[in-house]
Design a protein around this ligand. Structure first.
Ligand SMILES: Nc1nc2c(ncn2[C@@H]2O[C@H](COP(=O)(O)OP(=O)(O)O)[C@@H](O)[C@H]2O)c(=O)[nH]1
Ligand SMILES: [Mg+2]
Length: 345
């Protein structure tokens, strides 16, 4: 049934895959699926419920609903592996051209999904429900959670590769093509998969935000725990380290390229002025013999002579006394035909 449904919708260009992570949402999931039935009536879609074998059997309720509605698929994972990993497993299993993620506890307004999808249709790469743009809010959160969220958001914004107000939200829609780009670098631990995505997207990614008012939970409990906060802290440290290494790599590359260009600029005129030495073997012999003759006559060491340029009838040299005394460096010309030396004072 699901397969026929997908085959049908895959003939259309816009197919939405909505991922619903669930853990102990038995009291919420039926309402949500029913509401989504109405909201998504005009959009070809599939819904993927990813449940971590909830003790309250959320997976069972979702499976029963899926038997009535072919576009629902249930991924039941036998161990609790966390929210981000549930989202990534759902996104990996999705067939849609547009991918969406939302909470399953009713705290995200399902109607907003239409605005987010519309933004993608209008050309956005990612569109997110934001609590921190005008019109959005965190609802009735207690003061401590507000503060933690604000502090976390402050740091997370600095790790996003595109400007964003609310990188820690859980309600977002993105193009499959964007997901494919970021997928290899995703490290799905903890709760904050959106941050992981935003820290990996190309800089030119077009992101839009739609105001989201975070609703009260009507049933069940939040799974936000100390463990989740610690995972978030580790995520921030890991992503900061990654962007630091990237910066080092980039600045290292720039330094390396600058050195190469400077060396080339310094070397090129020298190679040009000595090119006869490399291209003409007879010239090499003439230069060698003239240098030896002059050095013997003047009592110079060959190692104290620096070749500056070679032409067909003369060579320009610098002579530096090997004793490194106060004697100045002299620029001289050796005439090849007569092996004579002239050094203007
Ligand atoms: N599959 C799965 N879903 C989870 C897990 N933890 C939380 N969720 C779901 O993720 C969504 C957000 O979790 P919630 O506890 O409401 O977080 P809060 O809204 O930040 O308080 C809800 O739909 C949860 O059921 C998990 O470990 N596995
Ligand atoms: Mg919630």
């Amino acid at each position: 049934m699901l397969l026929t449904n997908l085959l049908h919708i895959s003939t259309l260009s816009l197919v939405l895959s909505l991922i619903l992570p669930t853990y102990n949402e038995a009291a919420n999931i039926s309402n949500l699926l029913e509401m989504l039935d109405g909201v998504l009536a005009n959009i070809p879609h599939e819904i993927i419920v990813v449940d971590d074998n909830s003790p309250d059997q959320t997976w069972k309720i979702a499976t029963e609903t899926s038997k009535l509605r072919g576009c629902i698929k249930v991924l039941r994972r036998m161990h609790k592996k966390g929210l981000s990993s549930a989202v990534v497993d759902g996104l990996d299993a999705a067939h849609g051209t547009i991918l969406a993620v939302m909470d399953s506890d009713g705290q995200h307004d399902a109607q907003l999904l239409l605005s987010l999808v519309e933004h993608i249709r209008q050309g956005a790469d990612i569109s997110i429900g934001s609590r921190y743009v005008e019109g959005g809010s965190v609802g009735s959160w207690v003061r401590d959670r507000r503060i933690i969220s604000r502090v976390g958001t402050f740091f997370a914004k600095r790790l996003s590769r595109v400007p964003v107000s609310d990188p820690l939200g859980g309600f977002f829609v993105l193009k499959r093509s964007v997901y494919q780009i970021v997928r290899p670098t995703l490290h799905p631990t903890g709760f904050k998969i959106l941050l992981e995505i935003l820290a990996a997207v190309p800089k030119q990614t077009k992101l839009t935000e739609v105001p989201l008012i975070f609703r009260m939970r009507l049933h069940g409990q939040s799974k936000l725990s100390l463990r989740v906060h610690v995972a978030f802290l580790c995520q921030i440290i890991r992503l900061s380290f990654r962007s630091f290494v990237e910066l080092l790599r980039k600045s290292g590359m720039i330094l390396f390229m600058t050195l190469i260009v400077m060396t080339a600029v310094w070397l090129f005129p020298r190679l040009l002025s000595l090119r006869l030495l490399y291209t003409d073997p007879t010239m090499r012999e003439r230069v060698q013999s003239a240098l030896t003759t002059v050095a013997d006559r003047e009592g110079w060491l060959l190692s104290d002579i620096e070749l500056r340029s070679v032409s067909s009838d003369s060579i320009e040299i610098l002579h530096r006394d090997h004793l490194r005394t106060e004697a100045p460096v002299r620029a001289c010309t050796i005439h090849l035909s007569s092996s004579t030396l002239s050094c203007p004072e």
